[in-house]
Design a binder for this molecule. Structure first.
Ligand SMILES: Cc1cc2nc3c(=O)[nH]c(=O)nc-3n(C[C@H](O)[C@H](O)[C@H](O)COP(=O)(O)O)c2cc1C
Length: 402
């Protein structure tokens, strides 16, 4: 679900009260949800609760000057990977089957070329009615995917078919749907590095840096979401393994290089880790003891291997696209351009990590993408937003090269 965008159409049935929970679960898995609420739907769940949970505007009105200006009924579905109707009322399915477009939900559904998953919910008699069954058959014939309904006790006191699938089943249907999509990076392999490295001074002390790994992990997840086989080589972080990635955990820069080289060949390398430039030349095997009267021990530093530069000249194992990160605290663009030249990589993602930006520990990032064609300044956005946009750019790069 990572990075996937679901347009959720909520129509008028009591099962609409299960939708806030469904949104919460989709978002927990890294998906984004935007809601369209019908007039009927508004009677059961408020736009405010859907908006708070989806952290997005809820669309209700076809003829809204503001909404049309901001997004437009056509763009609502263009922006989505899939449309889910939950609950789908008998009324809405009848309108879809007839090709009506009298409100925002039905207009979006008539104007879309995106896949539609439909979760009906209604009284057992409404479900069994010949009209509803004929409409369902028509919609199935048009390729609409159905999840549920199920049999059980109904809000109206009856028992039978017509209960909407539970939130977990709706989410599972979305996951099954996305898993079956090949994705633009299917058949490719990416190696992504993330997090800091720890360079030992002795068995209990180490030199580290402030990298959280959030950006690198998000990139690995975004590439995996586009169907790419993704190996994430990560330094020590507090983060959960991103879904769908092979994760190799390492500590030092030398371990990271070994793990990256072991993961080759790859089509794509994204070096987002904050690899320590130096390590202690003579890391002790035993804890260095503090003795009264002794001077503080001197740290004798040597240079670490340069993973980005090594990958960029890896001969016939060089990934077709090598992307480096330049975390700078000053002269961000000048330093990043120089780094691209020096390392021989294809793209550099440059970001300002000076303390006042809050980038290292934070959830947002402001980056510049430097390629042979020039520099793109991306607006400040979440690290997952940067990851999704970068993964899309990588997919476009390979599509253009084919
Ligand atoms: C309390 C109540 C519960 C309802 N539950 C359902 C339902 O579960 N399924 C359904 O198809 N219609 C249900 N209806 C009827 C729809 O709300 C009605 O057909 C409405 O016009 C649907 O509008 P919409 O499809 O634009 O959302 C219910 C109506 C009421 C008053």
């Amino acid at each position: 679900m990572q990075g996937k965008r679901v347009l959720l159409i909520v129509s008028g049935g009591i099962a609409a009260i299960k939708i806030p929970e469904t949104i919460r679960r989709i978002r927990e898995l890294g998906g984004a949800v935007r809601c369209v609420l019908t007039r009927g739907g508004e009677q059961f769940v408020t736009p405010l609760s859907l908006s708070a949970l989806s952290e997005d505007k809820v669309y209700t009105d076809l003829f809204s000057l503001t909404d049309e200006h901001e997004m437009g009924h056509i763009n609502l579905s263009r922006d989505a990977d899939v449309i889910m109707i939950a609950p789908a009322s008998a009324d809405l399915m009848a309108k879809m089957a007839a090709g009506l477009a009298g409100d925002l939900a039905t207009t979006v559904l008539l104007a879309t070329d995106k896949p539609v998953i439909c979760a009906p919910a209604m009284n057992v008699r409404m479900w069994e009615h010949a009209a509803t069954q004929a409409n369902v058959a028509t919609l199935k014939k048009r390729g609409i995917i159905f999840v549920g309904p199920t049999e059980g006790d109904m809000a109206c006191g009856e028992f039978g078919m017509g209960r909407m699938a539970e939130p977990a089943d709706l989410v599972a249907a979305l996951q099954t749907f996305f898993a079956a999509q090949p994705g633009p990076l299917a058949g490719r392999h990416a190696v992504v590095t993330s997090g800091p490295t720890h360079e030992p001074i002795d068995p209990v002390r180490y030199i580290a840096n402030r990298s959280s790994g959030k950006q690198g992990h998000a990139i690995a997840a975004a590439l995996a979401a586009l169907g790419c086989r993704t190996t994430l080589v990560s330094g020590p972080t507090q983060l959960a393994d991103p879904a769908g990635c092979d994760v190799v955990r390492i500590e030092s820069a030398r371990d990271m290089l070994a793990a990256v080289e072991a993961a080759l060949p790859a089509d794509i390398a994204v070096c987002a880790a904050a690899v320590a430039d130096w390590r202690s030349a003579d890391a002790a095997d035993k804890k260095i003891k503090k003795q009264a009267g002794d001077d503080a021990p001197a740290l004798n530093m040597v240079e670490n291997p340069d993973i980005l530069a090594t990958l960029s000249v890896a001969g016939n194992k060089r990934p077709a696209l090598v992307v480096g990160f330049a975390a700078e605290t000053h002269d961000v663009l000048d330093n990043a351009h120089a780094k691209r030249e020096r390392k021989g990589c294809d793209w550099i993602v440059a970001n300002d990590v000076s303390p006042e930006t809050g980038t290292f520990a934070g959830d947002d990032n402001t980056v510049h993408l430097i390629t042979a064609a020039g520099t793109e300044d991306w607006p400040r956005m979440s690290k997952t937003g940067v990851a999704d946009q970068l993964a899309q750019r990588i997919a476009q790069h390979f599509e253009a090269a084919e």
